[in-house]
Design a protein around this ligand. Structure first.
Ligand code: CTP
Ligand code: CA
Length: 226
């Protein structure tokens, strides 16, 4: 029978976590970005490492310390994140996509600094690839966990993403709520499973939420093996 040391429930598993926001250059000095700091993803990576997993953290720019023993891959743009994720995906057992990936990028990246002129400035954006959607299409043995950042209709929007992206779980947070979402130490989430179950958690540390997400994943791993 399999034996796992106490507290090392993820020994032998490779966990891929994405964190932080991507940044999309406009010219050599400017970029489009978002408010993600990486806290949620770094907390998940730390929890997974603590449970004995091999952890790869693919991160947009973040000032946070890399948890001990976690392999970090630093990226800037959504397309770089996609390349890094697709490289690690085939050998991953669990994928948790906490990153705030930019949906759009400037269509033209100026080689030189853009000089100001009188009047308005129009910026044309084009779509970035949806990394998580692609993973949902490619999914084989992997357990796939997505996030949904919403400011309204949290439950409906989150469930739609769960289905469309072929996920096992989605972690939904209302980023307009106080002490939850971007840049905070805490978060308030609802987790939806593909079988329709839902768990509504109170405000707690991102580290505790990371642990809860992994508990759900471990529960599913157990169901998959029996
Ligand atoms: N995601 C991704 N690639 C993108 C956009 C999002 O992999 N280009 C992932 C995020 O990492 C997250 C999930 O998809 O796990 C949901 O992201 P979110 O921004 O909430 O949803 P979108 O599908 O982008 O839809 P919208 O922003 O329009 O609500
Ligand atoms: Ca988005």
């Amino acid at each position: 029978a399999a034996f796992f040391a106490k507290g090392k429930e993820l020994a032998g598993k490779k966990v891929l976590v994405t964190a932080g926001g991507t940044i999309e250059p406009l010219d050599p000095v400017r970029y489009l970005g978002n408010r993600s700091t990486g806290r949620m993803g770094y907390a998940i990576a730390q929890q997974a490492k603590g449970r004995g997993a091999e952890v790869v953290l693919i991160s947009g720019p973040s000032a946070l310390p890399v948890p001990d023993g976690v392999r970090i891959v630093r990226v800037e743009t959504a397309r770089q994140m996609r390349d890094a994720v697709l490289r690690e995906f085939p050998t991953a057992d669990i994928v948790i996509k906490a990153a705030a990936v930019a949906d759009y990028r400037p269509k033209i990246v100026a080689a030189d600094k853009i000089k100001k002129q009188d009047g308005e400035f129009t910026l044309v954006l084009e779509r970035n690839p949806d990394i998580l959607y692609e993973l949902g299409q490619k999914k084989a043995h992997q357990i796939l966990v997505g996030f949904a950042a919403e400011t309204q209709h949290v439950e409906d929007y989150a469930k739609a993403k769960l289905a469309k992206k072929n996920l096992d779980f989605i972690v939904a947070n209302d980023v307009s709520e106080k002490d939850a979402g971007f840049g905070t130490e805490t978060n308030r989430v609802k987790i939806f499973a593909r079988d329709g179950r839902m768990w509504d958690y109170p405000l707690m540390s991102k580290s505790a939420i990371g642990g809860i997400i992994l508990d759900h994943v471990q529960e599913q791993l157990k169901d998959d093996t029996v």
